[in-house]
Design a protein around this ligand. Structure first.
Ligand code: G3P
Ligand code: CA
Length: 275
């Protein structure tokens, strides 16, 4: 399969900055992505959802209340689903102040008033770093955005300039994307459960291998047996979302190919001590 060789320039596990450098910066904001690039992540990871008027924005939850002031601004719009707001309405939200309130030691007045970024705005930010190797790792949080996503990446020449990884919990989304993007793009099937039996696990890996290049398991699923089963099927293994140092060391020793982290600088120090 081509995916293993696509990522060969990376001899160490790749560092995937989950929602940007989200341990120290409000997740899914431009400063979080900027920090991830500056902390030498290999990839910035973000989730995409579609607004009511069909724009792609980076936000994790299907609703807006955890990471914005949407309840204050639009009190009558419960349950505040992303899909029920236009981009113009979403752009009025403050996506940074919640972080200052939740994490006072990390608070920064500059986070006040940060906007939810569009996919285009994230790509514009990445263009500010032409000489870094930063790759783009995008999760589709819903089915139906594939053609628009591929079109925006194509119009921005992202496929020529950057390593692109597309990930989803939704197999149909990956299968649809596979037909419309260049073959160099790497596909990761996210999974949050695994069968206990070895035969069933092999069957799951075999099925994933028919349309994806790797598997993104929740970190609890990682074991020697799991990593070996994936590698036997020529699948990359990118566990999410690693925090604990001993787990990270164990996962690295088991040969995982990449790790999702909220703290890319910490992972960088563990993977490349002394660099
Ligand atoms: O993208 C991999 C991992 O991030 C999936 O979890 O819920 O953080 O998008 P989530
Ligand atoms: Ca994600």
């Amino acid at each position: 399969k081509q995916a293993m060789s696509t990522l060969v320039p990376f001899s160490d596990p790749v560092i995937i900055a989950h929602r940007g450098a989200s341990a120290r910066t409000p997740e899914h904001t431009l400063p979080a992505f900027r920090k991830a690039i500056e902390q030498q992540a290999d990839f910035v990871e973000f989730d995409l959802q579609m607004t009511k008027d069909g724009e792609l924005v980076a936000v994790h939850d299907s609703t807006l209340e955890r990471t914005t002031n949407v309840k204050e601004l639009y009190p009558d719009r419960s349950p505040w689903a992303v899909k029920n707001f236009t981009l113009e309405e979403i752009k009025k939200l403050d996506a940074g102040t919640w972080f200052n309130a939740a994490y006072p030691p990390l608070a920064d007045p500059e986070y006040q008033g940060l906007q939810i970024p569009t996919l285009q705005e994230i790509l514009n930010l990445i263009k500010e770093y032409p000489s870094t190797h930063i790759g783009i790792y995008i999760e589709t949080k819903g089915l139906g955005m594939e053609e628009q996503l591929a079109g925006i990446l194509q119009r921005n020449h992202v496929f020529e300039k950057r390593q692109v990884v597309l990930e989803s919990f939704i197999p149909e989304s990956l299968k649809k994307l596979k037909g419309i993007v260049p073959e160099e793009v790497v596909f990761i099937q996210l999974v949050d459960s695994a069968p206990a039996g070895e035969a069933e696990l092999n069957q799951q890996m075999e099925e994933i291998g028919t349309y994806a290049d790797g598997v993104g398991p929740s970190q609890e699923l990682i074991s020697k047996k799991y990593v070996q089963a994936a590698h036997r099927h020529h699948l990359l293994v990118h566990p999410y979302n690693v925090q604990n140092e001993s787990f990270i060391q164990q996962a690295i020793s088991l040969g995982v190919d990449g790790l999702f982290t909220d703290d890319p600088s910490h992972l960088y120090q563990l993977i490349k001590p002394g660099a």
